[in-house]
Write a protein that binds this ligand. Structure first.
Ligand code: CP
Length: 335
């Protein structure tokens, strides 16, 4: 597959290949030589129609660490504000030469349209489309989970920070709870799909008004009560309430939402000792997560950002196929 549009497109083997490649690239980049020549002469375009801090910067860092040329396009300040269409924007980028287009768009389905339209010849990577999917976020979350939960020699969860890289392992039987605004969350959909593929047992927790129609068909359990699932979770992933995608009439009040669905120090203390707290960012401190939890050593939010660079390096490397085999698996290396 030349594109990455949905977590559903990844088989277990595909996903494990991306995770193992990211581990290897993280290991290489940790050495003094931080830049690899793998994508020299290739051009990656970051095409962002929606705001982003983490995803845009980490794709840029990932492409640069692989020696690709990077063009950053932001709809704000471009001719999109004069009414230029996705098609004409894409044709313009294609005319300048793009081997990969990383697209974030407010419309669900825009990356699929770009990949299937014939407007561009390069690979398309979905960096978040509307309320649909954010597959590289799910991959970096799985990478983070695997490091924390899949590395014990007997397969048991091990203490925070001591799991090693978990290379080659999946997340079979690990219990991941995803909490919050599932209705508007592309992160939730991609995570449920990918974590299920990797063998995890996923539960989503939300008020009924923040669950999408058709949630019964997702490969996960559904609960309305955070308190009942805390003590059986290996990881609790908190999501931001996306006010910008809501009708103001449906805003939950901060106080009421935090009381029922927010993660504070008391709730965190009821999680098993090895369990981690995750957040894709950006956070609404005081709403879905307190500052005490966000800043605690059990919260992996900053580590997730670091891991995002390795994952995006792996995705670009695997899609664009480096000129030389910069990546070897540990098994090959030990032969
Ligand atoms: N997690 C995430 O996608 O963050 P950004 O919106 O800052 O890219």
């Amino acid at each position: 597959e030349r594109h990455l549009i949905s977590a559903a497109d990844l088989t277990r083997d595909d996903a494990v290949l991306v995770l193992d490649t990211a581990e290897e690239l993280a290991r290489i980049a940790d050495r003094p030589i931080k830049k690899l020549p793998t994508l020299r002469g290739r051009t990656v375009v970051n095409l962002f129609f929606e705001d982003s801090t983490r995803t845009r910067i980490s794709f840029e860092a990932a492409a640069k660490r692989l020696s690709a040329d990077v063009i950053n396009f932001s709809a704000k300040g471009s001719s999109v504000s004069k009414g230029e269409s996705l098609k004409d924007t894409a044709l313009t980028l294609e005319a300048m030469g793009a081997d990969a287009v990383v697209i974030r768009h407010h419309d669900s389905g825009a990356p699929h349209r770009l990949a299937t339209s014939g407007w561009i010849g390069g690979s398309v990577v979905n960096a978040g489309d509307g309320t649909h999917e954010h597959p590289t976020q799910a991959l970096l979350d799985a990478f983070t989970l695997r490091r924390h939960l899949a590395g014990g020699p007997d397969g048991d969860p091990v203490a925070h920070g001591t799991a090693g890289d978990g290379t080659g392992r999946d997340l079979t039987g690990r219990r991941v709870t995803i909490v919050g605004d599932i209705l508007h969350s592309r992160v939730a959909r991609s995570n449920v799909l990918l974590l299920h593929t990797l063998g995890a047992e996923v539960t989503v927790v939300a008020p009924p008004t923040l669950l999408p129609i058709g949630i019964e068909s997702w490969p996960c359990q559904v609960s309305y009560s955070l308190d009942t699932v805390l003590d059986t979770s290996d990881a609790v992933m908190m999501l931001r309430v996306q006010r910008e995608r809501m009708n103001a009439a449906y805003f939950p009040t901060e106080r009421e939402y935090a009381r029922r669905y927010g993660l504070d120090g008391d709730r965190m203390s009821r999680m098993p000792g090895h369990a981690v707290v995750m957040h894709p960012g950006p956070m609404n401190r005081g709403m879905e997560i307190t500052a005490e939890v966000a800043d605690s050593p059990r919260c992996t939010a900053v580590e997730q950002v670091t891991n995002g660079v390795s994952i995006r390096m792996a995705v670009l490397y695997l899609l664009l196929g480096g000129a030389e085999p910069a990546v070897t698996t540990r098994t090959e290396e030990s032969k």
